[in-house]
Write a protein that binds this ligand. Structure first.
Ligand SMILES: C[S@@+](CC[C@H](N)C(=O)[O-])C[C@H]1O[C@@H](n2cnc3c(N)ncnc32)[C@H](O)[C@@H]1O
Length: 278
C-alpha cells in the first residue's frame, strides 16, 4: 500500500507519476514485460576497472564517505555507482528490485574483484536494512509514487548523509518529442530536479546541491538499434501502423555522429547531487 503524500509538491508528484504510467498503459500495444530493465540493464554498469567514467558522480560521492564507513545504494541498478564506491568505503549494501539489474551488478562486482558489497533484492519500500553512514539514491525517484515516505526512509536509514542524484531534465528526454509524431500527443514528463527541490523544501529538509559533469548517452550503434530502442520507449508492437510511421520519422530525425546515430535534438544529461545531513 502506498503511504499518502501530504505536501502540495508530494501530491502533485504522485499525480504526475500516475498520469505518466496511465499514459504508457493507454498507448501500449504489447504486454508489459516482467522485468522492464532487462533490455537496458547492461547500460547501468560502470566502465571496466581502471577506465574513467563519462561523469564524476563516483568521485563526488566518494568525498562524502571515509574508508571505515558504510554506503547504502538504493536502486543500485547494475552497480554503476555501488561497485566503484565499494573501493572507497568499508561496505556497500545495494538494494535493487530488478533481477536483470542484480545479475549485472553481481557480474560487475566479480569483474572488479570487489567483495565488500551485498545485495538486498526488492524495492526500497519493502526493504529492511540497518542504517548506513551514507545513503545514495541515483535516478530512482522519478517513478516513485509514495515519494514522501520514500524520502523519509532514506533519511532515517542514513547515519550522516542522504544523497539523491537527479537529472535536470527527464532521463528519457531524448525520446519525448517522438510521442507527438507517433501517438499524436505530448508525453507527460516525470518529475526531476525542480520538483525534488520543491518537495524537499516542503518536507523541511535543508539540502545542498552539487552540479556534476554533463554527459551524453552513447549513440545508437545502428539505425536498427535506434529503431528498436525507440519502439520500446513508445510501447509499439513490431507490426503496427505506428511502427511503420516510426521508420519514416526516424529517416528524418536520426543524424549520423561519431560512433553511430542520435536523434537530432539529443542534449547531454545534466546531473546534480542533492544531499542533506541527518
Ligand atoms: C535508472 S536506473 C538507475 C540505476 C543506478 N542507480 C544508476 O544510477 O546507474 C533505476 C533503478 O532503480 C530501481 N528502482 C525502481 N524503483 C525502485 C524502488 N521503488 N526501490 C528501489 N529501486 C527501485 C530500478 O530497478 C533500476 O535499477
Amino acid at each position: 500500500m502506498i503511504e499518502e503524500n501530504t505536501t502540495k509538491s508530494g501530491i502533485e508528484w504522485q499525480r504526475t507519476v500516475e498520469g505518466e504510467h496511465a499514459q504508457s498503459d493507454r498507448v501500449r500495444e504489447e504486454t508489459a514485460s516482467d522485468d522492464f530493465w532487462r533490455p537496458v540493464a547492461h547500460r547501468f554498469v560502470p566502465p571496466m576497472k581502471g577506465e574513467s567514467a563519462a561523469d564524476d558522480t563516483v568521485e563526488r560521492l566518494a568525498e562524502l564517505v571515509s574508508p571505515t564507513e558504510t554506503v547504502l545504494d538504493v536502486g543500485a541498478g547494475g552497480g554503476r555507482l555501488a561497485v566503484p564506491l565499494a573501493e572507497y568505503c568499508f561496505h556497500v549494501t545495494a538494494v535493487e528490485p530488478s533481477e536483470a539489474m542484480r545479475e549485472q551488478l553481481v557480474a560487475t562486482a566479480e569483474a572488479w574483484g570487489v567483495q565488500n558489497i551485498s545485495v538486498v533484492p526488492g524495492t526500497w519500500e519493502e526493504a529492511v536494512v540497518e542504517p548506513h553512514d551514507l545513503v545514495v539514491c541515483a535516478h530512482v525517484v522519478y517513478t516513485v509514487t509514495g515519494i514522501e515516505s520514500f524520502i523519509r526512509k532514506l533519511s532515517s536509514s542514513a547515519r550522516n548523509t542522504a544523497a539523491l542524484i537527479t537529472f535536470e531534465r527527464p532521463a528519457t528526454a531524448t525520446f519525448l518529442p517522438l510521442w507527438s509524431y507517433i501517438h499524436d500527443e505530448e508525453r507527460i514528463e516525470l518529475p526531476t530536479l525542480p520538483q525534488i527541490e520543491s518537495l524537499l523544501s516542503e518536507m523541511d529538509i535543508e539540502f545542498s546541491k552539487v552540479r556534476l559533469k554533463e554527459w551524453i548517452s552513447r549513440p545508437f550503434k545502428s539505425k536498427e538499434q535506434a529503431f528498436t530502442e525507440c519502439q520500446a520507449r513508445l510501447f509499439i508492437s513490431p507490426d503496427s501502423d505506428k511502427t511503420r510511421k516510426l521508420w519514416d520519422v526516424l529517416g528524418e530525425v536520426l543524424v549520423e555522429v561519431d560512433g553511430g546515430f542520435r536523434l537530432k535534438w539529443t542534449e547531454p544529461h545534466r546531473p546534480q547531487i542533492v544531499s542533506w545531513d541527518v
